[in-house]
Ligand binder design. Structure first.
Ligand code: AMP
Length: 565
C-alpha cells in the first residue's frame, strides 16, 4: 500500500495541485487504486462518496494525459448531472496546473456550447449516459482515442435503468481501453457487468469503519459561525447532559470555548494536548467520575479518552473526514445507553452533512434552535420539579422554622414564598439567554445585504476589511475603469462575497477560480480572506477569462461572483 503521495511519482503539476488542495496523504481507496490504474489494470473500486474515490481515478487519468492530443482520452460516465459536475470540478482542481481540457455533457441543456467545445478539442469527457450516447449517435463524440473509461457509481446507474446505455457507450470505445468501475455496493448485477466489460479486474474495496452509530440520535443545527457559542449554550439549557464531549477544530478554539462557557455559567474543562500527561490523566479521571460534566477537546487531544456512556457529543466544528465524525460520535451511547450527537454546521456545510448521511446510511435530523421562550419554560419546569421534590421529601426543618418565625412576625406567606423563589432563581441570571441572528437567505444570497446584516454582529472584525481598500489607491486613474489595482504590477484585485465565515481557504479559492475559469493556478496572486469577503489578485492577462466565467463559480457548495470591487 502506498502511504505517501510522493511514492506515486506523479507529475510535478499534480503534486503541486495536491499540495494546493491541502491533501497530505492518499486515502485508502487512493492508495489501492492509483498504482493499479497507472500500471494499466482494469479495476473495480468498492467505495462510497467521501472516501476520495474521485481523485483516485482522476489522478491516474491526468497523469497519463497526452497534452498534444485533443481528442477525448478519458471518458467518465456518471449517473447524475450533479455527480458529473462534481467529478469535473475535481478533475479541474487536480489539473489546475496542467492546462487540461475537460468537457461535461448532460441532458437538459442546449447542445451548442458542448458541440463548440468538442470542435475545439477536449481531452477528458465527463457526462451522463443519455447525453453521451446521444452525442455518439450524432457522430459528434469521437471516442477512438479513449484510453480509460470510468463508470462512476455504477450501482446507481443500474438502478436508474442506464445499463443498456452504458453498454452502448462501452461498445463505442476501443476494445483495448482500460475500464474501471466504481460502486458503493457490489450486487450480482454489478459483478456481472464487471465480468463482461472489464479484463481481469483487480478489486479494491473500502468499507466504512464498522461502528454502530445506529443507537445514536444524530442531529444537526445550521447556524452562523459567529452564533455557534450562543446556540451551544441554548442547547445546554434544553438537553439532559449527564456527560458531554465537545469537539473543536483547533487547540486554540478549545481554550477559547472553555473560557467562554465558564464565563457564561456553563462549567467545562479543556482536554488539551498542552497539558502534561499527568494533568490530562487527572482531567480524564474527573470526567469519568462525573466531577467534570463537560469536556472540550480536539480530535488529537481526545485520543485515548475511553469513557463509557457519554450522553452527548457535540461537533462544535464539523470534522474534515467522515471517519473522524464516526469515531467522535461512536463515543456516545455505549453500554446500551442511547447517546445524542449534535453537530453545529454552517449552511455551506449542508453537503458534508449529506455525505455523512450517505456514508453511515443514517439520518441526521435537522433541529431547530430552542427559542428564548422554550428555554424559560424549561427553566420554570425545572424549578417546579425541584419544589415538588422538596415538598415530597419534607426535610426542610430549619427553613420551615424560619418561615414560621417570619409569618409570626407579620410576613405574608405568599410574599415570602415569592421572595424565596426569586432568590432561588438568581443563578439563572448568571446565564442570560443569548441572541441569535437569522441565517442569511441562501437562495437569493444578496451578498452585500447579508454582509451588512452581519456587520453589526461581527463589527470587531470589520475594520480589517478596510485595509485592501486603502491599498487600492483611487489616485491611480486606471483603477476606476480596469478594476482595483493590486499592489503587484500586472495584477488586478477582484473581490468575492464569501470569506472565513463560509469556511474559505486559499486552496479552495485557487482550485475553484483556476479550475472553472480554465486558467493556470499561478495566474492568481495574493488571496486575502477576511470574515465575509475575499480579495483575489488576478493577472491582467487572464482578467477577461475570469470575469467571463462569472455565473459558474462555486466553492464549498456556494456560488460566487468576482467583481472589480
Ligand atoms: P469523494 O469521495 O471523491 O467524493 O471525495 C470526498 C472529499 O474528500 C472531497 O471533498 C475531496 O476533496 C476530499 N479528498 C480527496 N482526496 C483526499 C485526500 N487525499 N486527503 C484529503 N481529502 C481528500
Amino acid at each position: 500500500m502506498t502511504e505517501q503521495f510522493e511514492d506515486l511519482n506523479l507529475r510535478p503539476e499534480l503534486a503541486q495541485a495536491i499540495a494546493t488542495l491541502g491533501y497530505t496523504q492518499p486515502t485508502p481507496i487512493q492508495s489501492g487504486i492509483i498504482p493499479l490504474m497507472l500500471a494499466g489494470h482494469d479495476v473495480t473500486g468498492q467505495a462510497q462518496t467521501g472516501t476520495g474515490k474521485t481523485a483516485a481515478f482522476a489522478l491516474p487519468i491526468l497523469e497519463r494525459i497526452d497534452p498534444n492530443q485533443y481528442l477525448p482520452q478519458a471518458l467518465i460516465v456518471a449517473p447524475t448531472r450533479e455527480l458529473a459536475l462534481q467529478v469535473t470540478e475535481m478533475i479541474q482542481a487536480l489539473g489546475q496546473f496542467m492546462d487540461v481540457r475537460v468537457l461535461t455533457v448532460y441532458g437538459g441543456t442546449p447542445y451548442n456550447q458542448q458541440l463548440n467545445q468538442l470542435r475545439r478539442g477536449v481531452q477528458v469527457v465527463v457526462g451522463t449516459p443519455g447525453r453521451i450516447l446521444d452525442l455518439i449517435k450524432r457522430a459528434r463524440l469521437d471516442l477512438t482515442e479513449v484510453r480509460t473509461v470510468v463508470l462512476d457509481e455504477a450501482d446507481e446507474m443500474l438502478s436508474m435503468g442506464f445499463v443498456e446505455d452504458v453498454e452502448a457507450i462501452l461498445a463505442a470505445t476501443p476494445v483495448e481501453r482500460q475500464t474501471t468501475l466504481f460502486s458503493a455496493t457490489l450486487p450480482s448485477r454489478i459483478r456481472e457487468l464487471a465480468r463482461r466489460y472489464l479484463r481481469d479486474p483487480k478489486l479494491v474495496s473500502v468499507t466504512p469503519e464498522q461502528v454502530t452509530v445506529s443507537s445514536t440520535e444524530q442531529r444537526v443545527y445550521y447556524v452562523n459561525e459567529f452564533d455557534k457559542l450562543a446556540v451551544l449554550t441554548r442547547l445546554f439549557e434544553m438537553e439532559e447532559i449527564s456527560s458531554g464531549l465537545i469537539f473543536t477544530r483547533t487547540r486554540v478554539r478549545t481554550g477559547e470555548l472553555v473560557n467562554e462557557l465558564n464565563l457564561r455559567g456553563y462549567p467545562s474543562e479543556a482536554l488539551s494536548g498542552d497539558l502534561s500527561q499527568e494533568a490530562r490523566e487527572h482531567t480524564m479521571a474527573r470526567f469519568r467520575a462525573g466531577q467534570v460534566r463537560v469536556l472540550v477537546a480536539t480530535d488529537v487531544a481526545a485520543r485515548g479518552l475511553d469513557v463509557e456512556g457519554i450522553s452527548h457529543v457535540f461537533n462544535f466544528d464539523l470534522p474534515e473526514e467522515i471517519e473522524t465524525y464516526i469515531h467522535r460520535i461512536g463515543r456516545t451511547g455505549r453500554a446500551g445507553r442511547a447517546g445524542v450527537a449534535i453537530s453545529l454546521a454552517r449552511p455551506s456545510e449542508r453537503r458534508q452533512i449529506r455525505q455523512i448521511e450517505q456514508f453511515t446510511r443514517q439520518a441526521i435530523v435537522e433541529g431547530t434552535v430552542p427559542t428564548a421562550e422554550e428555554i424559560q419554560a424549561k427553566r420554570l419546569d425545572g424549578l417546579l420539579d425541584k419544589i415538588e421534590m422538596w415538598l415530597k421529601r419534607g426535610r426542610s426543618k430549619e427553613e420551615r422554622a424560619l418561615v414560621e418565625t417570619l409569618v409570626a412576625s407579620g410576613a405574608d406567606p405568599i410574599e415570602l414564598a415569592a421572595a424565596a423563589l426569586k432568590i432561588a432563581r438568581a443563578e439563572e441570571k448568571q446565564r442570560p439567554i443569548p441572541e441569535i441572528s437569522p441565517l442569511p437567505e441562501k437562495a437569493v444570497r444578496p451578498e452585500r445585504r447579508a454582509r451588512s446584516e452581519r456587520t453589526d454582529r461581527a463589527s470587531s472584525a470589520e475594520p480589517r476589511d478596510r485595509k485592501p481598500k486603502a491599498a487600492a489607491s483611487p489616485a491611480k486613474p486606471r483603477a476606476s475603469i480596469r478594476g482595483k489595482q493590486s499592489d503587484e504590477e500586472g495584477m488586478i484585485r477582484l473581490e468575492m462575497g464569501l470569506g472565513k465565515v463560509d469556511g474559505l481557504r486559499p486552496s479552495d479559492v485557487v482550485a475553484s477560480i483556476a479550475g472553472i475559469a480554465g486558467i493556470p493556478g499561478n495566474a492568481l496572486g495574493r488571496i486575502y480572506i477576511q470574515n465575509h469577503r475575499t480579495t483575489v489578485d488576478v493577472s491582467e492577462e487572464f482578467l477577461e477569462k475570469v470575469v467571463s466565467a462569472n455565473g459558474k463559480f462555486k466553492v464549498r457548495g456556494q456560488s460566487f461572483t468576482l467583481t472589480r470591487g
